[in-house]
Design a protein around this ligand. Structure first.
Ligand code: AMP
Ligand code: MG
Length: 414
């Protein structure tokens, strides 16, 4: 195995993002498009509304006609062409979304009318031409660029596409990401571990994190510490997915086989990063696909996923905004960092009087997943051999938005 220089986290992220490229766009049906990024502008091929129609339930009239009451000559419901004509002295009952009858140029809301013996009396103000009529193309005109490449598709964009009859759309696909756990001691969570064994938490945590990042996780199971088995698993991931994530097997131990396997198969770009947790983080490309060999300790693997893998997956998915917000936070208590390495310190952030306040999640051991449970921020603490004092300002990576409020007690009542 090669010797790896230790590089800084910024440099590592830079290298990762240079090698993680947007996937080739393809067409997907609308029900699969949520949260995907558009790869092409969308041009309307139709006007919307496609015919002049009523914006209200009421009566279609000629605005300039001052006859009152008017004679009701028929009904125009939405969804049909009743083939009626409005002439001076008459009106047609009309519902919201129904096509305007010939001759009519305005709608009087039903609330402003009284009906008796087939006659409609209008109360109050005269109506202006065009009142409560939606003309052709009022919302969208044919040829208009309605969505731009690079936009993420939310419910409203998907609705817009449906309204234009565009039932498939060209997007960057969600990256398929193979997730592998490694180690002779690792067993499935539903197994009863024998002496010396521990349950696999990393694959479950990482697959969930992949899903949250908008990508598609694919499990490669658990690979034991054998070169042939790990090689086969990684090959399977490369053959079926856009990226591979492994955890474990990248430290300095004798059975840390991942780095040599990747060296033999592609290019390893770095193998050690100056940070805590996650120092053995390794990044390679094989057949132009990113391979992230994350450290084995559960917190190390999840934090390095957050900081290095998630932005890469978002970039592959065509997203332009790939980094979590970095915000200044005030320490609500004194926090011990690390004397030698910059630390991503897990913290709970609260919003207090417009400021983010940070409290530690306690003991920051890389094995202690509880230090991540409930954490909504990572404090980016530079290495220093004295504590960070309460009241000091540091930078935090926002993992969740901390400002959401609990619902009021009245909503809890049955
Ligand atoms: P390694 O880098 O393979 O030496 O692993 C470092 C530590 O993380 C060891 O204590 C492993 O047992 C633990 N570990 C590795 N993989 C997992 C996993 N999938 N789930 C939980 N712990 C793990
Ligand atoms: Mg191991």
């Amino acid at each position: 195995m090669r010797d790896y220089d230790i590089i800084e986290a910024d440099e590592a992220l830079d290298i990762v993002l240079k090698h993680a490229l947007p996937l080739t766009p393809r067409s997907v049906v609308l029900v699969e498009a949520l949260d995907c990024v558009l790869a092409q502008d969308v041009i309307a091929s139709e006007d919307l509304p496609p015919f002049p129609c009523s914006a209200k339930d009421g009566f279609a009239v000629i605005a300039a006609d001052t006859t009152n009451p008017r004679r009701l000559v028929g009904e125009q419901m939405a969804g049909y062409i009743a083939d009626l004509e409005v002439t001076p002295g008459t009106c047609v009952r009309i519902t919201t979304g129904a096509p305007m009858p010939r001759g009519a140029d305005a709608v009087i809301m039903v609330e402003y009318t009284q009906e008796a013996h087939g006659m409609i009396t209008m109360q109050g103000h005269p109506v202006a031409p065009g009142a409560d009529v939606r003309p052709v193309g009022q919302d969208i005109t044919c040829g208009q660029r309605v969505l731009e490449a690079g936009m993420q598709l939310g419910p409203q964009e998907i609705g817009l596409l449906a309204s234009l009859g565009q039932t498939a759309v060209v997007v960057y696909p969600r990256p398929r990401v193979a997730v592998l756990s490694t180690g002779d001691e690792i067993v499935e969570p539903d197994a009863q571990p024998r002496p010396g064994q521990i349950r696999d938490s990393n694959r479950y945590a990482l697959m969930a994190a992949v899903q949250r990042a908008g990508a598609q996780p694919v499990s490669l199971g658990i690979g034991s510490d054998r070169q042939d088995e790990l090689t086969d698993k990684i090959e399977e991931g490369l053959a079926t997915c856009d990226a591979v994530i492994s955890s474990g097997g990248v430290s300095m131990g004798e059975l840390d086989l991942i780095k040599p396997i990747l060296e033999g198969r592609g290019e390893v770009h770095f193998g050690r990063v100056n940070l805590k947790p996650g120092k053995p983080l390794t990044f390679a490309t094989v057949d132009n696909k990113p391979v992230f060999a994350l450290p084995g300790f559960p917190v190390s693997s999840l934090v390095s996923f957050e900081v290095f893998v998630r932005p890469a997956l978002r970039k592959m998915a065509g997203q332009r905004l790939i980094l979590r917000p970095h915000v200044p936070v005030t320490l609500a208590e004194t926090i011990q960092g690390d004397a030698w390495r910059p630390e991503f310190h897990r913290a709970r952030l609260t919003r207090e009087n417009g400021t983010y306040m940070a409290r530690t999640t306690g003991m920051q051991s890389s094995a202690r997943l509880l230090s991540m449970v409930g954490a909504n921020g990572l404090l980016v603490l530079p290495s220093q051999n004295k504590p960070f004092n309460a009241g000091e300002t540091v930078t935090a990576i926002l993992l969740e938005h901390p400002e959401s409020e609990p619902y009021p007690p009245s909503w809890a009542k049955p």
